[in-house]
Design a binder for this molecule. Structure first.
Ligand code: NAD
Length: 491
């Protein structure tokens, strides 16, 4: 039965939520020194702690600290940067349980997933530690014997970043490790609803010996902080992960001030299951992946197109798998899906289900909130949903899976590519012909065929169309943080 679970162990753990800080110019500033906001546990509604917000002076101080630190950090040895990133990677591994518990408490995901996020953060540190030693320029053959032509890649300068609550540690480390590894300095505003992971990350960089001012962590009212930071003449680069509407606002602001940007925005990822696929395996895998983090993942599969002949078989297996998911407090080891991260996400998910039902959609399982304490929502599968319904056209960012049949390759490509999003996509087939048509035809930054293999540190990750600009990870990871300078010299 899907039911929030309470236990003494869970209640005890709530007392262990760490104190939260601003981190500016190497100084930790606690909640007793600033007004701020309250952090709550989405599984219980309990207050976990207070978060200090940066004042206008704090923001300026953070920017100035980052500017001062850039003067020396930009010429630091890549070996020194690498060593710090490696140290932090090891610290994250050593503290994974503690960091994971903070993440589960403030944003709700099951503890095993939260600890997994910490382990993945350590891998991001390692990858950037390795890659930052390979930031190469090049020599271009010249037209004259006494001329040397070179391309230098140099750190862009002070960066600002804004990261969300769904992966509160990993969305932050991707930006921090890339900026620091490239020789930039950074002011980052993390998610006010789920701050513990980023606070701990600041603590670890500090302990690892990162010079003061290279990393600064601030909190506040999101649009006020982003407006101040992006408009500052000190700042040269903006990086944001979050929703498409907010991304467009920040991109417009960055454009107005001619700042470089990386935008990792939302998606509405199509899944295409051909009738030649291993149907049961696809259904099992997709159920696990769809309901991971309660569907609050930018690459979550969100539109399921299943070829006609396999539709009934797929649905039976997919629904059965979804019904085995145990929804509960993420600190309970029995739980495989936690609450939605915020109270506001519950009516948002209800609106998708109600709109589908109004248009003739069928709720095959779930469809409603569970209990009255915490933001628990049942894993939900919808069928007979028209293509123009809300859930098929707007990123649901929750545990809702609308499933519809299709007939042909051309038809499914047209429907899959019909939205402005272009982040991720999934295909299940045993036909190389179908696989090739999909990898060539899908308008998406990531195409996963017969498995899920994206977003690891060694592979590039990013969206096309409204889903964003630029890549994080892979050999491309520093591209957004470096300028290209051409030097020509005659003897
Ligand atoms: P939201 O758009 O208000 O906030 C999403 C994140 O962006 C939050 O962390 C928030 O602090 C930050 N943010 C919001 N306005 C900002 C601004 N003006 N400047 C800087 N940062 C700002 O929505 P929400 O209710 O918190 O989350 C739900 C929506 O957010 C979903 O529909 C989903 O599309 C999107 N989202 C996407 C991702 C992602 O990884 N792409 C992650 C989290 C949320």
């Amino acid at each position: 039965m899907n039911k929030p679970v309470e236990s003494a162990a869970i209640a005890d753990a709530a007392h262990a939520y760490p104190e939260q800080f601003l981190y500016i110019d190497g100084e930790f500033i606690g909640a007793s020194a600033r007004a701020g906001s309250t952090v709550r546990n989405p599984a219980t509604g309990q207050v976990l702690g207070q978060l200090p917000h940066a004042t206008a002076d704090d923001l300026q101080r953070a920017l100035q600290a980052a500017e001062r630190a850039f003067a020396t950090w930009k010429t630091s040895s890549p070996l020194d940067r690498s060593a710090i990133l490696r140290k932090v990677g090891q610290m994250v591994r050593d503290r994974a349980q503690q960091i994971g518990r903070g993440i589960t408490m403030d944003m709700g995901k099951p503890l095993a997933e939260a600890v997994g996020e910490a382990m993945s953060c350590a891998e991001h540190c390692d990858w950037h530690a390795e890659e930052c030693r390979r930031i190469y320029g090049r020599v271009i053959p010249s037209r004259l014997p006494n001329v040397r032509q070179m391309v230098l890649r140099q750190p862009v300068g002070v960066c600002v970043a804004f990261t969300p609550w769904n992966f509160p540690l990993n969305q932050a480390i991707r930006k921090i490790a890339a900026a620091i590894g490239a020789g930039c300095t950074i002011v980052i505003k993390g998610p006010e609803d789920a701050p513990s992971a980023l606070s701990e990350l600041a603590r670890m960089f500090d302990e690892a010996g990162l010079p003061k001012g290279v990393l600064n962590v601030v909190w506040g009212v999101p649009h006020e902080v982003s407006q101040t930071l992006i408009a500052s003449p000190i700042v040269r680069k903006v990086s944001f992960t979050g929703s498409v509407p907010v991304g467009k606002q920040l991109a417009a602001l960055a454009g107005q001030h001619m700042k470089r940007m990386t935008m990792e925005l939302g998606g509405h990822s199509p899944v295409v299951v051909f009738d030649d696929a291993e149907i049961e395996r696809a259904a099992q895998l997709l159920s696990g992946f769809k309901f991971r983090n309660a569907g609050q993942v930018c690459v979550s599969p969100t539109r399921f197109y299943v070829q006609e002949k396999a539709f009934d078989k797929f649905m039976a297996a997919f629904i059965a798998a979804a019904r085995t998911i145990k929804v509960g407090d993420g600190l309970d080891p029995e739980s495989s899906m936690g609450p939605l991260a915020h109270e506001r996400r519950v009516p948002a998910i209800v609106s998708f289900v109600e709109d589908a039902a109004r248009r003739g959609g069928r709720v095959e399982t779930g469809g409603e909130r569970i209990g009255s304490v915490g933001n628990f929502f049942a894993p939900t599968i919808l069928t007979q949903v028209p293509d123009d319904s809300l859930v098929m056209t707007t990123e649901p960012f929750g545990p809702v899976a609308p499933c519809v049949p299709f007939k042909t390759v051309d038809e499914v490509l047209r429907r899959a590519n019909s939205l402005p999003y272009g982040l991720s996509s999934y295909v299940f087939t045993t036909s190389t012909k179908h696989a090739l048509a999909m990898q060539n035809g899908l308008e998406a930054g990531n195409v996963n065929i017969n498995h899920f293999g994206q977003a690891m540190p060694e592979v590039p990750f990013g969206g096309v169309k409204d889903s964003g600009i630029g890549s994080e990870g892979g050999a491309e990871t520093f591209d957004g943080y470096l300028t290209t300078k051409f030097v020509t010299q005659m003897d």
